[in-house]
Design a protein around this ligand. Structure first.
Ligand code: FAE
Length: 515
C-alpha cells in the first residue's frame, strides 16, 4: 500500500437555516470568496459562505474523492448525462462518455457562442484548474487594471497572494530529465527553434509530491491522469489553503449545495434567498437569510448573472447600467500540432502544465501560450496549447424576461483575433518544423478550439460597475470580489490576479467599512 498523502483536512460544513441572521455572507467559495472569508474572519467577523457545489471530502465507491480524466463518471461533470471535454474528439470521433447525472465538479456552461468551463464545489475553480499561478509582468499591469496602483499590487498584494496560495516552482533539472515532461520539452525545443521565448510557470501543485509520484513512493495524481475532474493528491487547492485557514479561525461556516437565487434590501441588511439542492440538482428546500454585508464571489459568470437578474427584476434596480458588460474570455483559444515521429510527446504526461511560450511583446498579436498536457494514455504525437491572447471584443450579459434566465451575447466569430494571434506563433513553428495542425480534436474536422474558455473575466468591472475597491455604491454593504471585477483579460492565467486584487480590496473594505 502506497503512502497516500491525505488531504490537509476535511472542511467541516455548517449549513445555514432558514431565517438565520449573519454579519457577512459570501456567495461562492472560489478565489475571491476564500480571500474575503479568511480576512473578514481574521478581523473578527462571523462569515457564512454559500456554495452551490459539493464539499468534496467524501470518497466514492472507488475510495477516491475525484475521478480521472480517462475514466470519468458522474463526479466529473455538473448535472450532465455525457461529459463535455474541452478536447472532445480523437481522430475525428467523439471521446465524450455517458455518465450518471450528478452535481459533479466541472461545469461547462453553454451560451450561444461559447462554452464556459467552471469549477463547482467548495474551492470553486481551484478544484479543477491546472494550478498555473502566474503573476503578470508589471509592465502589462496598466492594461489589465488601469485604476489600480501597480506599485501596491507588486509590492504587497501579489506577494501576499502567492504566499497564501502556496505557489512553488518546478525543479528545472528534474523537468529536463523526467519522462513525464517530455511533451513540454518538445514544445520548448520547437518554440526555441522558431525564435520564441519560453518561460517556466509557477504552480500550486506540490512539485515535491510529483517527484515522489514518479519514484512510486506515493499515490499518483498529476502523473495519474487527474486534473480537470479534480486532483486527489498534490494540488494545494483553496480547501487546503485559504479556506482551511478561514475555517480554522472558528468564525467561518460553509453551506454547500445551496444556490443563491436573489439578493434584495431588507431590514438589517440584505435578504439572501437560496435553494438547497440534492445531488440530482433537485430543489429540496428554499431558505431566506438576512446578512448585514453580502460579498458576491460567484465567479465572473455567477456574479454577473445574479446582478443582471436583480437589476432587471427590480430587486437591486439601482445597480448601474454597466452591470453585465465588459465580459471577456482572456483571449482563450486552443490548438494542437501534429509532430513528426522523431518528436513523440510520450504516453506519460504530467497533467500539470509548467511552460509557456511568451509572445506578448509581439504588437501584431500578443499571445502567451501554455504548452498543455494531452494525457491520452497513448502516444498521440500531438503538441497541445492553450493560448491566452489579446482580444478586445467584449460580451454583455442580459436578462431574458421570457426564460427568466441571463444570456451572454458572445459570438464565436469574435475569437478571430485570438486565432490570428495564435497563428503568429504556430504557423511559424509548423513552417520551421514541416508540421501541420491537428484538425481532429475539437470536432470531426476543426482546427481551433475557439468556442471554449477556462478564463471567464468581467461582467462587473472594477471602477465602472463598482467603486475602485469592489463596492456596489448604490447599495451600502454589497460588494463584488471575484473575477467579474477584471475587464476581460489578464495577459496570463488569471487566478493569482483575482486573488491579489481580492486581498487589496478586502483590506480597504475592512479598514473603512467594518471598523
Ligand atoms: P470561481 O473560482 O469560479 O468560484 C466561484 C464559485 O461560486 C464556484 O465555486 C461556484 O460553484 C459558486 N457559485 C456560482 N454561482 C453561485 C450561486 N448562485 N450560489 C452559490 N454559489 C455559486 O470564481 N486559472 C489559472 O490562473 N491557472 C490555471 O492553470 C487555470 N486552469 C484552469 C483550468 C480549468 C479547467 C478551468 C475551468 C479554469 C482554470 N483557470 C485557471 C481559471 C481559474 O480557475 C478561474 O479564473 C478562477 O477560479 C476564478 O475565480 P473566482 O473567484 O472568480
Amino acid at each position: 500500500m502506497l503512502a497516500a498523502k491525505t488531504p490537509a483536512r476535511a472542511l467541516p460544513t455548517k449549513p445555514l437555516a432558514d431565517g438565520d441572521k449573519v454579519p457577512a455572507l459570501v456567495i461562492g467559495s472560489g478565489y475571491g470568496g476564500a480571500v474575503a472569508a479568511l480576512r473578514l474572519a481574521q478581523a473578527g467577523i462571523d462569515v457564512a459562505i454559500v456554495e452551490m457545489g459539493m464539499s468534496w471530502t467524501q470518497p466514492g465507491s472507488d475510495g477516491k474523492v475525484f475521478c480521472t480524466l480517462l475514466k470519468p463518471d458522474g463526479r466529473s461533470s455538473w448535472l450532465r448525462d455525457k461529459t463535455d471535454q474541452p478536447v472532445s474528439h480523437i481522430m475525428g470521433a467523439s471521446i465524450n462518455k455517458s455518465i450518471s447525472r450528478y452535481t459533479g465538479i466541472l461545469d461547462s456552461e453553454r451560451f450561444s457562442g461559447i462554452r464556459v468551463y467552471q469549477g463547482r464545489g467548495v474551492g470553486g475553480g481551484s478544484l479543477v484548474n491546472g494550478g498555473m499561478a502566474v503573476t503578470p509582468k508589471q509592465e502589462y499591469f496598466g492594461s489589465i487594471l488601469p485604476s489600480v496602483d501597480a506599485g501596491e499590487m507588486y509590492g504587497t498584494y501579489y506577494p501576499r497572494a502567492n504566499a497564501a496560495l502556496g505557489v512553488n516552482n518546478i525543479d528545472q533539472s528534474w523537468f529536463d530529465s523526467t519522462d513525464w515532461y517530455k511533451y513540454a520539452r518538445i514544445g520548448r525545443k520547437q518554440a526555441d527553434r522558431s525564435g520564441f521565448a519560453t518561460t517556466f510557470v509557477p504552480n500550486v501543485y506540490d512539485f515535491n509530491y510529483m517527484k515522489q509520484e514518479e519514484s512510486g513512493s506515493v499515490t499518483k495524481s498529476a502523473l495519474g491522469g487527474e486534473v480537470i475532474y479534480g486532483n486527489n493528491y498534490g494540488k494545494k487547492s483553496l480547501d487546503k489553503t485559504y479556506l482551511a485557514q478561514a475555517v480554522g479561525t472558528g468564525k467561518v461556516g460553509i453551506t454547500p449545495m445551496h444556490v443563491v437565487t436573489a439578493v434584495s434590501p431588507a431590514e438589517g441588511g440584505y435578504k439572501v434567498e437560496m435553494k438547497q439542492i440534492d445531488t440530482s440538482g433537485n430543489t429540496v428546500a428554499t431558505k431566506s437569510v438576512v446578512a448585514q454585508k453580502v460579498f458576491f464571489a460567484a465567479g465572473s459568470v455567477g456574479t454577473s448573472k445574479l446582478l443582471v437578474a436583480m437589476k432587471a427584476t427590480g430587486e437591486l434596480g439601482n445597480l448601474p447600467d454597466s452591470v453585465g458588460s465588459g465580459w471577456g474570455h482572456n483571449g482563450n483559444v486552443m490548438v494542437a500540432r501534429q509532430n513528426h515521429a522523431w518528436d513523440a510527446t510520450g504516453s506519460n504526461q504530467a497533467t500539470i502544465p509548467t511552460l509557456g511560450i511568451d509572445n506578448w511583446a509581439d504588437s501584431g498579436g500578443p499571445a502567451f501560450a501554455e504548452v498543455s498536457p494531452f494525457p491520452a494514455g497513448l502516444e498521440t504525437f500531438a503538441s497541445l496549447y492553450l493560448a491566452i491572447t489579446k482580444n478586445t471584443n467584449r460580451g454583455k450579459f442580459t436578462y431574458n424576461s421570457g426564460s427568466g434566465g441571463v444570456d451572454l451575447n458572445w459570438q464565436t466569430s469574435w475569437n478571430q483575433p485570438s486565432i490570428d494571434a495564435a497563428k503568429r506563433i504556430f504557423d511559424k513553428i509548423n513552417k520551421k518544423e514541416g508540421t501541420i495542425y491537428r484538425t481532429d480534436l475539437f470536432g470531426p474536422t476543426k482546427t481551433w478550439g475557439d468556442d471554449i474558455t477556462y478564463h471567464p473575466l468581467g461582467g462587473c468591472v472594477l471602477n465602472q460597475s463598482t467603486d475602485n475597491y469592489g463596492r456596489l455604491t448604490q447599495y451600502q454593504g454589497l460588494y463584488v470580489i471575484d473575477g467579474s471585477l477584471i475587464p476581460g483579460m489578464t495577459t496570463v492565467n488569471p487566478f493569482v490576479t483575482i486573488t491579489a486584487l481580492a486581498e487589496r480590496n478586502i483590506e480597504n473594505i475592512i479598514a473603512n467599512d467594518l471598523g
